[in-house]
Each structure stands twice: as structure tokens, then as C-alpha cells.
Write a protein that binds this ligand. Structure first.
Ligand code: F6R
Length: 237
């Protein structure tokens, strides 16, 4: 899964060296980032003109906080490759004016000409970015209150439940949808239901990832466990 996904990203950068990538954090893309670093270290990939926009960041965590997505990206990818620091974009979770931070982030993505390839993971509840199941699809970059399932799932990275952030800044569904290509990764049995609903279920804001059924260029890369319910060819409502 990770090699396939890394190969898609590498191909994107080779075809368009100044690609704008949308990036995800979490467990799922860890080995994909390792693979990209490996390809870079072999001298086969140049990130010098690549720009990146991360999907999301927790509110209230400093960049240096080991639990922040800024720190994650630095450790997993950026410090190992030749990306220019000024080409890295991650929402600022410490911004004084959060709404301004959201609109500036959105404007900056537009300025670069938009995201060429967006990497996504999927939550057990079907979220993409931190677009949680809701009554509506939230369009643009916004402040989100994290879903209980997401908070519980994220708790594994923190020492106590009290420390787990409950809010984040996340790209919206429209922001993600505007990406020219989307590559969504999922692994493990816990993601099987969400994957099946995303691919074969109704397009509803209760399963935010289901909106991807309408996108013109999506590649879903799964391992056997995450894809197990797809093989049965059932409709998932
Ligand atoms: C991360 C993100 C989330 C994760 C999702 C899956 O930037 O936006 O949507 O992709 O929660 O997380 P993992 O990979 O940890 O299972």
C-alpha cells in the first residue's frame, strides 16, 4: 500500500517538479513517507520546487509540540528531503485569529494554482481531514470540534485523555474536492466499514469521504484488511 502510494506521488513530482501536494498525517501514511525518503535518498526525486499544504493541525499545540502535525511532518518527511521551508504550509494551531488563519490558508492554496495531488487517510467514522460526520458538508478551511470517536482514536498518542485536543483547523470538503487528483490510503480491519461506505454507500455528510464518489480522479489504495468488504460487492448503507 505504502509503496504504491509513494510511487503515485513520485510520478506526480517527476511529471511536474513544482507540484503542489496536499498531505495527511496519522499512522496510515507513515511508511509511505519512509518510502518517499528512500526514493529521495537514492537520488531519484527532487523536492526543491514542491509546495505542500497539510490537511489539518490541532488547535492549541505549538509547532514544537511532539504531538503537533507540524512536528510529525518535520520528523517523518521534511527534515529528510530537500523541500524549501517556505514551501511548507500547515495551518497554525496557535493563531490568535483562527478565522483569519483559515481564510488565509484557503487563499494561499488558491494563489499556488491549487493542489495537484491530495493525499488522504480515512477515519473509522469516514472522516477525511478533520471533516467529521455532520448534517452538512463544510466547504472551506475551518475550525472543527473533533468527534468523540476521533478524540478516542487520537488518545493513543497522548499520555492522558485530558491532553487530547478537541479542536483542530481542517481543510474543508470543497478545498479537498478542488484537488486535481486524490490518493486515499487505508489499512487495517478497523477501516474496512468506512472504506466500504465511502466507495459503495450513499453520498451523505454522515460519511464525509463518500463525497469522493463524485471526484473525477481518485485513487484508493488499501491493504487486504481495509478492502475486505469491497470484495463482497455489497451495497453499504
Ligand atoms: C490526518 C487526517 C485524518 C487521518 C485519519 C486517519 O491529517 O486528516 O483524516 O487521515 O484520521 O488517521 P490514521 O491514519 O491515524 O488512522
Amino acid at each position: 500500500m505504502s509503496k504504491q502510494a509513494a510511487a503515485l506521488i513520485a510520478l506526480q513530482i517527476k511529471r511536474k517538479p513544482d507540484s503542489v501536494l496536499g498531505l495527511a498525517t496519522g499512522d496510515t501514511p507513515l511508511l509511505m513517507y519512509q518510502e518517499l525518503v528512500r526514493i529521495y535518498q537514492k537520488g531519484e526525486l527532487d523536492f526543491s520546487k514542491v509546495k505542500t499544504f497539510n490537511l489539518d493541525e490541532y488547535l492549541g499545540l505549538e509547532k514544537e509540540d511532539p504531538q503537533s502535525y507540524f512536528y510529525y511532518m518535520k520528523e517523518q518527511l521534511f527534515r529528510h528531503i530537500n523541500i524549501q521551508p517556505e514551501n511548507i504550509n500547515i495551518p497554525n494551531g496557535m493563531a490568535q485569529d483562527r478565522n483569519l488563519e483559515c481564510s488565509s490558508y484557503e487563499a494561499k492554496i488558491k494563489e499556488t494554482g491549487g493542489i495537484d495531488l491530495q493525499v488522504l487517510g480515512i477515519g473509522v467514522n469516514g472522516h477525511i481531514g478533520f471533516n467529521e460526520p455532520d448534517k452538512n458538508f463544510e466547504a472551506l478551511t475551518h475550525v472543527v470540534s473533533l468527534d468523540e470517536k476521533t478524540i478516542i482514536s487520537n488518545a493513543r498518542f497522548f499520555e492522558s485523555m485530558k491532553e487530547v485536543p478537541t479542536k483542530a483547523i481542517s481543510m474543508g470538503i470543497k478545498t479537498i474536492f478542488h484537488a486535481k487528483k486524490v490518493v486515499l490510503l487505508a489499512n487495517g480491519e478497523t477501516k474496512a466499514k468506512a472504506v466500504a461506505k465511502m466507495v459503495r454507500g450513499k453520498i451523505i455528510p454522515k460519511v464525509p469521504a463518500s463525497i469522493l464518489q463524485l471526484h473525477k480522479d481518485v485513487t484508493i489504495v488499501v491493504d487486504q484488511e481495509a478492502g475486505q468488504l469491497l470484495q463482497k460487492n455489497e451495497i453499504h448503507r
